[in-house]
Design a protein around this ligand. Structure first.
Ligand SMILES: *Cc1c(COP(=O)(O)O)cnc(C)c1O
Length: 421
């Protein structure tokens, strides 16, 4: 079962002020989940979650997570700028980027962020650009397949990220010789895992690597970054991850590998995005048309520009028709947006209650990689983002785009002036 965090009555009231489509986030859910994550890793003194800004790049969301003790994981100049404006600095920021432009690297260094190098050649790149900081993190890619109990979870050997094992050992030696004092290691080996075994398995790989790196290079390893990848079940009937069990699994690996090696003071970091936000966001949209041809279509006022995942990956997102939560799901629909692209479908052959024009649909689990993957194809405008606060009130945390925003990049000439005001 997936139950929306707003009722039909609440939605109608919100819509009277903020027209559909919009994304809305549940502050209470975000805070409770963040606290549970911190509880799951409370055994580790230096534990910190660096929220992956790309998942939900909104300063109001970053502020909530900051109040819960989180730092930020940035991968671009503008993410760094947003984090800076929210008051993150120094060790509050992890900079995990790849194919990194000079300006981005310079900004990360200026802010004193932990810089997570994606490649062996970036050692020299960073050194020549602005000098090496005291602490450097390197991203590891073990190659091959990542398996849990013979089941292939993902394919690091085909992924563009990270250092090979040999490069990592060589890189640590070079960094050390150049005066780097403290080290971190990082790896992201599988995406959207719904398995309590992912982090513990990844932790074992990184903990063993850390022990060996310290032995062979003498490097002082101060943190191990498990990155993102802990997922959520988007389908209503699948079990969710148990973060307490995940934290306990990492704890066991820590006690078996790092503590006996005299590395019991290593801090564990995470860079979760999806796990922190996805369930606490809804895309709210209205049925505006129905079409009966070879199939039954429900046309809604949101489109793939507001939520790209179904079009891009065929992802499942659960849909609730507000006010019809208990009605029989006896109609088979394709739920579509209005882009001139046939993949603009939020659901295909989905069994739903009978839908009428004006019905409000909640598309679930859009709090991460939802709004942020938005785009402007077909001249569609980005929606507003709203926050359902703990006291039940609703705050606009990003206004909807207007045509003037869409035309803004023509402000160097006067052709679009009529619509630029
Ligand atoms: C995307 C990303 C994350 C967050 O991933 P989720 O699957 O949302 O948890 C963390 N770190 C890096 C480097 C990423 O690219």
């Amino acid at each position: 079962m997936k139950t929306p965090f707003i009722t039909k009555e609440q939605a109608e009231e919100i819509i009277s002020k903020y027209p559909t489509p919009f994304h809305i986030y549940d502050e209470k859910g975000i805070r409770e989940n963040a606290r549970k994550l911190y509880k799951a890793f409370s055994w580790n003194k230096g534990f910190r979650e660096y929220f992956a800004v790309k998942a939900t790049p909104n300063p109001f969301i970053l502020k909530i997570l900051q109040e819960e003790g989180c730092g930020v994981d940035c991968s671009s100049l503008t993410e760094l700028m947003m984090s800076e404006c929210c008051g993150f600095s120094g060790s509050d920021i992890m900079f995990s980027s790849n194919v990194t432009p000079k300006e981005d690297m310079l900004k990360a260094k200026e802010l004193g962020a932990y810089i997570n190098l994606d490649d062996f050649t970036h050692i020299e790149f960073l050194d020549k650009l602005c000098g090496l900081p005291e602490t450097v993190c390197c991203r590891f890619n073990p190659g091959g397949h990542f398996e849990i109990e013979t089941q292939i979870m993902d394919n690091p050997g085909e992924a563009k990220y990270g250092f090979t094992r040999e490069q990592l050992f060589e890189g640590f030696k070079i960094l050390k010789a150049k005066g780097v004092k403290h080290f971190g290691i990082h790896a992201f080996l599988a995406s959207n895992t719904v398995s309590n075994a992912y982090y513990p398995k990844l932790a074992r790989i990184l903990f063993e690597l850390a022990v060996e790196l310290r032995e062979k290079t003498g490097a002082d390893i101060s943190f191990i970054n498990l990155s993102g990848g802990v997922g959520i079940a988007y389908e209503p009937d699948k079990p969710q991850n148990d973060i307490l069990a995940i934290g306990e699994g990492v704890h066991r690996a820590f006690d078996e590998i790092l503590a006996p090696a005299g590395m019991g003071d290593v801090a564990i970091f995470t860079e979760l995005g999806r796990y922190m936000l996805a369930p606490y966001g809804h895309l709210v949209t209205k049925c505006v048309h129905q079409k009966h041809i070879y199939k039954e279509y429900i046309g809604v006022d949101a489109c793939a520009c507001n939520l790209m995942r179904p079009a891009m990956y065929g992802s499942y997102h659960h849909i609730t028709v507000l006010g019809k939560e208990n009605a029989a799901c006896d109609h088979k629909y394709d739920v579509t947006g209005g882009l001139c692209e046939n993949n603009d479908k939020f659901a295909i052959d989905r069994m739903l209650p009978e839908i009428d024009n004006g019905d409000i649909l909640v598309i679930h689990d859009t709090g991460a990689h939802g709004f942020s993957m938005g785009y402007n194809y077909n001249g569609k405008l980005r929606s507003a983002e709203l926050l359902l606060k703990e006291d039940g009130s609703v705050q606009m945390i990003r206004r909807a785009e207007t045509p003037a925003d869409y035309f803004r990049t023509f402000d160097f000439c006067d052709i679009m002036d009529k619509y630029l005001k």
